[in-house]
Design a protein around this ligand. Structure first.
Ligand SMILES: Nc1ncnc2c1ncn2[C@@H]1O[C@H](COP(=O)(O)OP(=O)(O)OP(=O)(O)O)[C@@H](O)[C@H]1O
Ligand SMILES: [Mg+2]
Length: 267
């Protein structure tokens, strides 16, 4: 087992006002496992705590209680750099997750500088190799983020995420702000990388269609708890909970709309 999440609770202070005390419980006993090479989808409505869970897993925030084991080691008892080496994250907002004053080579060099001692020449070599892995040519190396399209920049973010050879990547709405056709390209890229490098993914999204495309298992998330777990994608149609069915239905409606839109565009 790569990742074992057990009974995680997390709350935030209601406000910084001393008079209005109290806490908002965001995660209320979340448990799940992730195997090596697996893609686990997490779907749930806005505000249900998906990104919060993502932050706990990559060790940037701590849970109030419960445990997260990575390769059998309790992450609350390890230093954050060893978690960082094993995990990466890609966010929806690719433009704000890179420094606009950095060229692609600098963006890709950042994790290398933290974890490896490479010469400048070797960093450039590795950056070219990473770009190649995400389907971008060498010519992008010296471009600034604003000189790239959204899809290209998100590819750069994915290249940065795989630079440290992580064991797993948290993809938090990573494709949500891309055009549908570009979404498919990036999903194909992710599937490819998963097969090539044996990386596991935690794929957080509102979009069930993307989940069916890439994930092996799905957790339905509502108000900070996992209300349903689907372990084979063929069972997706048979979800029991009303909430899961609503999400499924919404996704199907969206697909139909997209198809209609597609037909209108062609005709
Ligand atoms: N640092 C924080 N301080 C206080 N409240 C927070 C903090 N981070 C998140 N929250 C609250 O926790 C709840 C869950 O937020 P989270 O971002 O995890 O939801 P989400 O499921 O990722 O939603 P979305 O699908 O919209 O991205 C929200 O009500 C949010 O306001
Ligand atoms: Mg979120």
């Amino acid at each position: 087992m790569l990742l074992e999440v057990k009974d995680i609770y997390k709350s935030y202070k209601k406000s910084f006002n001393i008079i209005k005390k109290g806490k908002n419980e965001i995660l209320k006993g979340v448990s799940f496992n992730l195997k090596e090479g697996e893609c686990l989808g997490i779907i749930g409505e806005s505000g249900s705590g998906k990104s919060t869970l993502g932050r706990l897993i990559i060790g940037v925030e701590k849970a109030d209680s419960g445990s997260i084991h990575l390769d059998g080691i309790d992450i609350s008892k390890t230093n954050s750099s060893s978690i960082k080496k094993k995990s990466s994250v890609v966010f929806q907002d690719y433009s704000s997750s890179v420094n606009p004053r950095f060229k692609v080579i600098d963006i890709l060099s950042e994790p290398m500088k933290t974890f490896e001692k490479l010469t400048k020449k070797d960093r450039i070599k590795k950056a070219i190799n990473l770009l190649d892995k995400v389907g971008l040519s060498e010519e992008y190396l010296y471009r600034y983020p604003h000189e790239l399209s959204g899809g290209q920049l998100q590819r750069v973010c994915i290249a940065r995420a795989i630079a440290t050879n992580p064991e797993f990547i948290v993809l938090d709405e990573a494709i949500s702000s891309l055009d549908v056709s570009i979404q498919v390209q990036v999903l194909d890229l992710l599937i490819n990388l998963k097969e090539q490098m044996g990386i596991s993914y935690i794929f957080i999204t509102h979009d069930l269609t993307a989940i069916t495309y890439i994930c092996d298992r799905v957790l339905f998330f509502k108000e900070g708890v996992v209300i349903e777990e689907v372990n084979t994608m063929n069972d997706l149609k048979n979800v029991k909970e009303e909430y899961s069915r609503t999400l499924l239905h919404a996704a199907m409606m969206m697909n139909e709309e997209e198809e209609i839109y597609e037909i209108q565009r062609i005709s």
